[in-house]
Design a protein around this ligand. Sequence first.
Ligand SMILES: Cc1cc2nc3c(=O)[nH]c(=O)nc-3n(C[C@H](O)[C@H](O)[C@H](O)COP(=O)(O)OP(=O)(O)OC[C@H]3O[C@@H](n4cnc5c(N)ncnc54)[C@H](O)[C@@H]3O)c2cc1C
Length: 415
Amino acid sequence: MNQTRNEIVVIGGGAVGVACALWLRRDGHQVVILEPEDIAGQCSYGNASTLAEYACTPIANPSIWANLPGLLFSQDSPFVVRWSRLPQLLPWLLRFMGQCTASRAKTNAERLARLLRQTYSGFEPLLAAAPEARALIRNNGCLYAYTTAQGLRGAQADIALRRTLGVEQEVLDAAGIEALEPAMAGKSVGGVLFPRSCHLRDTQGFLQALAAPMVADGSLRRGRALRLRSASDGVHIDCEDGSTLSADRVVLAAGAWSAQLAATLGERIPLDTERGYHVEFELGRELLTRPTCPVENAFYMTPLANGRLRAAGTVELATLRDPLNPARIRYIEERVRKVLNIDAPVSHRWIGMRPTLPDCVPVIGPSARDPRVIHAFGHQHLGITLAGATGEIVAACVRGQAPDWLGDYSAARFH
Ligand SMILES: Cc1cc2nc3c(=O)[nH]c(=O)nc-3n(C[C@H](O)[C@H](O)[C@H](O)COP(=O)(O)OP(=O)(O)OC[C@H]3O[C@@H](n4cnc5c(N)ncnc54)[C@H](O)[C@@H]3O)c2cc1C
């Protein structure tokens, strides 16, 4: 058997894995990323591209109960469940519903807010070495535009909670929205601007630019991990091609696929996927200047490089293996056409697997089974935003300087 020895192997080359690997390299470690596909080829590829440093309110919150029938039983809603998969989904769904109380939602919002405060400090040192990545950041805020008075009324609790947690936000009326984004004229009753939010003009391009030095010097290893094994001389990773990688430490950053690998060490973690979709249009011009979310529709409309517009979002509960659901694509396409009066054809359709724990808080920190394995997954709707912060925390862990609050993010909270 072919066995290679490493100091640190990061499993997964999505946003989170890339940021962890780069932070660890900055500390002088020898690091390999193990990834079967291109860098940022999975969930980190086609998301809404926002650095949503404001988004501390978890989707598991008490409003879910009020909206439950519509959310669950309509196939024309922003949140749908594939009912044939209920037996597989039920354990996660029950835990998720258990988090939809006011007190749990507040605790989880505080935990998210603490990570979100590190959004930019988590990226800044990585960007210093990657001017091509920095050039893809646009600093123009992000806009929530409510299309109904009921929607805007329902948002007041979230606005208040974000204020309590120190998020910068400007509440706007319809004229304020229109002044910022003329394409939204007559389409909203008011909303919120998050002025500190940035967006990436090309998410995969941004992450590939960050990872370029690792690709160039051979630190990206193509392969799929099948199993982790703890041994006295390190952690062994058995790969699909029959090879084994060995490492002093392993960072498990395989997004929605992480729980399968944690299970091979005997750790059961209730990670599942919230599937999301995008449609893109080649407009050849900029219709919006910042990510704009018609909130009731639950997707963002993000202006990308070269006149591309991407509408990305919604939630579908089904399994990692289920194919793309064309009805979800139609849901987004019809609504974005209506909001922005677009008649250009759709140029790209995509599904992505968000990695989500029932409390919507990521798992970060050492595994209880083997502390040489460090967890870094479950970033749900915020994996691009929180990638740098996660890398910063994982590097601190390896240095033996984990923050004293890190236990809040341990997988042990589910045991
Ligand atoms: C529609 C949509 C819109 C979104 N919008 C935003 C947004 O605007 N802002 C934001 O911050 N977040 C957003 N997100 C969420 C964000 O995309 C994810 O949280 C993030 O991409 C997760 O990153 P990750 O690195 O954990 O996972 P991934 O990007 O999925 O990376 C995991 C990697 O692990 C690899 N892998 C899997 N199994 C193995 C294995 N066995 N061995 C080796 N490698 C393996 C995969 O190939 C993959 O490359 C959105 C998501 C969706 C679906």
